[in-house]
Design a protein around this ligand. Structure first.
Ligand code: ADE
Ligand code: ZN
Length: 337
């Protein structure tokens, strides 16, 4: 391990943009397929990995939803999340806010209770095993209807006190934030925070829509906001956190190469950019791999990397005292490094 590797791993950091279904490694996909008697359209793990060549978001989503078909029981969701937490802890993640897509599972007849109880039991075990904290972001699939999102919010009723936020993901183009304004208002009335994918493939107007129609607390991705200077100023003035995902951006062709990744421009502009893995099993790296990749490609300094980690702590939904304690831990680590 180089000094820089050790610095990146040792930085106390939060992961704020992680789809738990996107952490399903091919090995676990095969193990769960066997356990549940499900046939996979791949001969082996290598064939699965070979299929992970995407030219846009939709290419990826088609394969990602197909992979999720092996997840049936609460034990499956527990095992999936524990595998992620073990990796996250090894990467220096002290807090994780993980998205899950209930509609991907309830549409296949998997009860909402199985999904969420499996995830909640993993969160408790991760806290005991690694001392890391985690919370849940229930994401609506934007290619589905407003009515379907409302039904999902309704179904989540008994667990709302154990869900931190609602999110918005899946196919961005053609599904602007405004489509979900009423669902997000209902979620906010129930005390939930709000996040939304915006500006990954969609235009800057979708980032504006996430602010004005959804009143989000964070923007997931936000890359295309950079095309609009006034919008960048607005995001800076708001102190809005952006959950940026470099390896995802590369694999989904949001950038042609990591050499062109805008993370350093974002940080220099004063945007509260963070570094995250999105769907690590599909994009070839967990959170520390993402830090390392942009450190190398964009020459980020230790100060930049520490700023990204600090942004992840201050942009989290943890209580203020917990954020202050983690920031003090980060400062002590940086001072000692
Ligand atoms: N679902 C999982 N990963 C996603 C991404 N990067 N964008 C939109 N929806 C997603
Ligand atoms: Zn995402």
């Amino acid at each position: 391990m180089t000094d820089l590797d050790a610095f990146i791993t040792g930085l106390p950091k939060a992961e704020l943009h992680l789809h738990i279904e996107g952490s399903l490694e091919p090995e676990l996909m095969f193990a769960l397929a066997r356990r549940n008697g499900i046939a996979l359209p791949y001969a082996d793990v290598e064939a699965v990995r070979a299929a992970y060549a995407f030219s846009n978001l939709q290419d990826f989503l088609d394969i990602y939803y197909a992979g999720a078909a092996v997840l049936l029981t609460r034990q499956d969701f527990h095992d999936l999340a524990m595998a992620y937490f073990d990796r996250a802890a090894a990467d220096g993640v002290v807090h994780a806010e993980i998205m899950f897509d209930p509609q991907t599972h309830t549409a296949r007849g998997v009860p909402f209770s199985e999904v969420i109880e499996g995830l909640l039991s993993a969160i408790a075990e991760a806290q005991a095993r690694h001392g890391l904290t985690a919370c849940l972001i229930m994401s609506f699939l934007r290619h589905l209807s407003e009515a379907d999102a409302f039904a999902t919010l309704e179904e989540a009723g008994p667990w709302l006190d154990r869900i931190a936020a609602v999110g918005l993901d899946s196919s961005e183009l053609g599904h602007p934030p405004e489509k979900f304004a009423r669902v997000f208002a209902a979620a906010r009335e129930r005390g939930l925070k709000c996040v939304a994918h915006a500006g990954e493939e969609g235009p800057p107007a979708y980032v504006t829509g996430a602010l004005d129609a959804l009143h989000v607390d964070r923007i997931d991705h936000g890359n295309r906001a950079l095309e609009d200077e006034a919008l960048v100023r607005r995001l800076v003035d708001l102190g809005m956190t952006l959950t940026v995902c470099p390896l995802s951006n590369l694999k989904l062709c949001v950038v042609d190469s990591l050499d062109q990744h805008p993370i350093d421009r974002m940080l220099k502009a004063g945007l509260r950019a963070t570094i995250n893995s999105d769907d690590p099993a599909y994009f070839g790296g967990y959170v520390a791999d993402n830090y390392r990749a942009v450190a190398k490609a964009r020459g980020l300094s230790r100060g930049d990397l520490a700023q990204a980690a600090r942004n992840s702590l201050t942009g989290s939904f943890l209580p203020g005292e917990a954020i202050a304690a983690l920031c003090a831990r980060l400062d002590a680590f940086v001072d000692a490094a």
